[in-house]
Design a protein around this ligand. Structure first.
Ligand code: SF4
Ligand code: SF4
Length: 329
């Protein structure tokens, strides 16, 4: 009997949502199992790193690698799986653009450890111990992989063949990608797959008029009209700067798109695209006769209605953005 092509799914710094999206294939998992040898997935299967190390190079047909690179272990596994895989796919927003783990690049590693383990009202740690290196216990040594100075996305460490966006990728799109892989009819290397080439606005069936926004409101402040564009109602919906393919489930549920599919085709920086779009729809009223400082004051008042610029505009793409996050203190 011919061996089935091997499939690996690995998680680095991620939340587990990408694995849940794979499990959400439901009965298609059986089709996947019939076509592929699903042999490595730390949260579902008991395969060890040494089993992967023992494989010949390129023995794995496809690895779906989710998660950003936060630790030395993440980097080691990225290199190992790159060596062992014919196709290495950055699977989900953390691997593609850093996603929420990369927001940590706005702080230093020391600040992060301090706010989690020391300067935290729910922690009792008078000796100021932070996890690091090797700790000996009577039962044996525990070795913790070191944190990197900065969170990286996958292509900053290894060569990547394809990208699948989403936080997490929608399950129907994962299946579409599996079918394309099985057909062998793959797009050019480096393509973003399992998605569309337009924006979420193109998939959103809310009515759109001319957008003029005087201030933003948060989700908890009002209940938006169900058929009217959320951005026009003052919700900071990222659909205009986000790749389509998810089917717009958030706006269908009366929630703004937060941008998890990343920048649309041809756009390199999702946050910059959104900021540029906001610049053209911001309404600060009639400025005739106002001084420059009065106009600046109105712009500041408008911007003050956006509570968290980085978390809003770069929630999914900070590591791959032009800014990349703050360096050092
Ligand atoms: S901005 Fe949001 S609500 Fe408006 S059309 Fe685009 S995706 Fe839909
Ligand atoms: S609507 Fe936006 S946030 Fe929601 S799944 Fe689609 S891309 Fe992600």
């Amino acid at each position: 009997m011919t061996e089935k092509p091997k499939l690996a799914v690995y998680w680095a710094a991620s939340c587990g949502g990408c694995e849940i999206a794979v499990a959400n294939l439901h009965e298609k998992i059986l089709d996947l199992d019939a076509a592929l040898d699903f042999m490595f997935c730390p949260c579902l299967l008991d395969t060890k790193k040494k089993d992967i190390e023992a494989l010949p190079d390129k023995a794995i047909a496809v690895t779906l690698f989710n998660g950003a690179l936060r630790t030395e272990e993440n980097v080691e596994m990225a290199n190992l799986l790159r060596r062992k895989s014919q196709l290495l796919i950055a699977f989900g927003s953390c691997a593609k653009g850093g996603c929420i783990p990369a927001l940590a690049n706005l702080s230093t590693k020391e600040d992060l450890l301090s706010s989690v383990y020391i300067d935290n009202f729910s922690v009792d740690n008078p000796s100021g111990i932070t996890p690091s290196g090797t700790t000996s216990f009577p039962e044996g040594d525990i070795h913790l992989p070191a944190l990197l100075e900065r969170v990286k996305h996958l292509v900053q460490e290894v060569d990547v063949d394809y990208y699948i966006p989403g936080c997490p990728p929608e399950s129907h799109q994962i299946w579409n990608v599996i079918e394309v892989i099985l057909s062998g009819d793959l797009p050019p290397k480096g393509s973003t797959i399992g998605c569309g080439n337009l924006t979420v606005c193109d998939d959103c069936d809310r009515t759109k008029e001319e957008k003029r926004i005087t201030a933003f409101r948060r989700n908890y402040e009002f209940y938006p009209e169900p058929k009217v564009c959320l951005l026009e109602q003052g919700m900071l919906c990222m659909g205009i700067a986000t790749r389509n393919g998810c089917g717009a489930p958030c706006t269908k549920a009366n929630m703004p798109c937060t941008g998890c599919y990343g920048a649309p085709e041809g756009v390199s920086d999702q946050g910059a695209k959104m900021v540029a779009a906001l610049g053209s729809i911001m309404d600060i009223g009639d400025t005739t006769g106002l001084s420059e400082s009065e106009i600046a004051g109105r712009v500041d008042s408008f911007l003050a209605t956006i509570p968290d610029y980085a978390g809003q505009f770069y929630k999914y793409t900070l590591a791959s953005s032009t800014l990349g996050g703050r360096v050092g203190r």
